[in-house]
Design a protein around this ligand. Structure first.
Ligand code: FDA
Length: 500
């Protein structure tokens, strides 16, 4: 409530925020999470918490009049649908050169993501974060993160036989015929539950067209793992539908945190100020960077490092679809949960790791869809715009060309070998590459650059960064395992050195 004083306040409830909250509460510290999204625990009038992808309603997207799917078109038609403005679960935040998809609600990105739980390649992790002890990461914190997140693997015999993963087998077969390596990818979706879905024993979620607008079952999102454990300590409070707008030193000690309470249509209904001894920024790469850049520019945290706002990247995300021959069908039934990737990372001419993505349209499309993580070296910065009072991101769409070139080498080769072509109807009309959005925003407040080697903002004792903004723009794989493990490492240090 307005005027309260709390020992620890966490801004945001995604991966970084959930780890911080668990480790703080386990150390006995009463902790308050402030989350701008809603708590996704109450069913709507249809008895479901989340809506599906083929029948989206107001719950799908945050404060939008229309859905804004990454695959926006099909055979010449726009496939987005009108919806009522509401604090929906998926946000597409638009900057001048890119739109950034993010999850909104208790659990952050874990509510909307594909659950792919990938530990990065060790040599690349060492390259991007040389100040981090990689022995400790790979022996202790990556295993801890995988356990805490509930990561599991698909039963390979089932994968080979089920109609639901025909799309992945076709993607694998066509990649292998061109000499590319493929690999199974672990996930936080419970594959035992999925088998029961296939057998008709439980309600379908991953086999029922649910993922980017939330899964009603099967997925171990953070509200079921880290946040549930933190709540069980009795020391956690979560305040939803509150958006932090300002953090500044309080008179005396600690920090005053200003937040706007919003209603379910996004209108501001109250402004509150809470004082916190310690503040953990976990608003995600975009949220944390925007807050810190504007606090520095507006003179509320003027001494922050000039590195704040630097080093942002899109994890090289590029999407593309291929048209298979009629004899290489991808199936009218497709699981929404990816389990297979093309791993070409070691090839310096075309370093990509491409997820073989589903296109669960409910009909046979013959499309192989891929979300490629390319080793695109381009970076951008967040900048305060004094004219608008908002924070801009300098990323230009042309910065994706290097990523497209890498992906094109791989998929051109597959097309040549197969005698197939790209689909040009999925990301617009006559547009091959999905290069105007990212699922994987990373960086903006880099570890050991804008913060110290453990996420502390050294100019302001008691302020910490714990989310994806610490990761320098690209990790070569889907990022949440890395974000979780780094948060585990940094919280270990912070709790033992600063708090106990
Ligand atoms: P995250 O974005 O999770 O959490 C930030 C939280 O802070 C949000 O809940 C937000 O509402 C809140 N917030 C922001 N600003 C605030 C403010 N001012 N006040 C209060 N609250 C605020 N990754 C992966 O590894 N495997 C995968 O399969 C996928 N798939 C995927 C699909 C889709 C559709 C998306 C959008 C993303 C993915 N990802 C993914 C990416 C992954 O979800 C992402 O990297 C993490 O969620 C980032 O974790 P963070 O803790 O950094 O922030």
């Amino acid at each position: 409530a307005d005027g309260d004083r709390v020992p620890a306040l966490v801004i945001g409830s995604g991966y970084g925020g959930a780890v911080a909250a668990l480790r703080l509460t386990q150390a006995g510290i009463p902790t308050q999470i402030v989350e701008m999204g809603r708590s996704w625990d109450t069913p709507g009038s249809d008895g479901k918490i989340f809506c599906g992808m083929l029948n989206p309603d107001k719950r799908s997207m945050r404060l939008a009049d229309k859905t804004d799917q990454p695959v926006s078109n099909f055979m010449g038609f726009g496939i987005n649908k009108s919806i009522d403005r509401y604090v929906g679960v998926l946000d597409s935040e638009r900057f001048s050169g890119i739109k950034v998809y993010q999850g909104r609600g208790v659990g952050g990105g874990s509510l909307v993501n594909g659950g792919m739980a990938v530990t990065p390649k060790r040599n690349y992790f060492e390259e991007i974060l040389p100040s981090v002890d990689s022995n400790e990461m790979y022996n202790k914190y990556f295993p801890r993160a995988n356990t805490g997140l509930g990561v599991n693997n698909i039963d390979q015999a089932w994968f080979e036989s089920t109609e639901w993963y025909k799309f992945a087998r076709t993607g694998r077969k066509t990649a292998q015929r061109s000499g590319f390596t493929t690999a199974f990818v672990p996930n936080v979706y419970d594959f035992e539950y999925m088998k029961k879905e296939a057998a008709g024993q439980v309600t379908k979620s991953g086999l029922g067209g649910e993922v980017i607008y939330g899964n009603n079952a099967g997925k171990k999102s953070l509200d079921k793992t880290y946040l549930a454990q933190a709540a069980a300590t009795g020391k956690l409070t979560i305040t939803t539908l509150h958006r932090v707008t300002k953090v500044a030193p309080a008179t005396g000690s600690g920090y005053s945190v200003t937040m706007e309470q919003i209603d379910e249509q996004g209108n501001v209904v109250a402004t509150k100020v809470v004082t916190a001894d310690r503040v953990f920024f976990a608003a995600g790469s975009v949220g944390t960077s925007k807050l810190l850049v504007s606090m520095k520019a507006q003179g509320h945290l003027p001494n922050l490092s000039s590195q704040v706002g630097e080093g942002w990247g899109n994890n090289g995300n590029i999407m593309v679809g291929r048209a298979n021959h009629m004899w290489d069908a991808t199936g009218s039934k497709q699981a929404t949960i990816p389990t297979m990737g093309i791993d070409n990372w070691a090839d310096p001419a075309a370093p990509i790791f491409a997820e073989i993505a589903p296109l669960p349209a409910g009909l046979e499309t013959y499309v192989s869809l891929y979300l490629a993580i390319t080793k695109n070296p381009e970076r951008a910065r967040f900048q305060f715009n004094s004219g608008t009072g908002k924070v801009d991101l300098t990323w230009a769409q042309s910065q994706n060309q290097k990523g497209i070139d890498m992906a094109k080498k791989v998929f051109d080769k597959i097309n040549q070998k197969e005698g197939t072509i790209y689909r040009t109807d999925l990301f617009g009309v006559y547009k091959t590459w999905g290069d105007d959005f990212t699922y994987h925003p990373l960086g903006g407040v880099l570890l050991n650059k804008a913060t110290d080697n453990f996420g502390r903002l050294p100019e302001y004792p008691g302020l910490y960064v714990v989310d994806g903004s610490l990761v320098p723009g690209n990790v070569g794989v889907n990022p949440f395992v890395t974000i979780t493990a780094l948060a585990e490492r940094n919280m270990d240090k912070i709790i033992s050195s600063d708090i106990q």
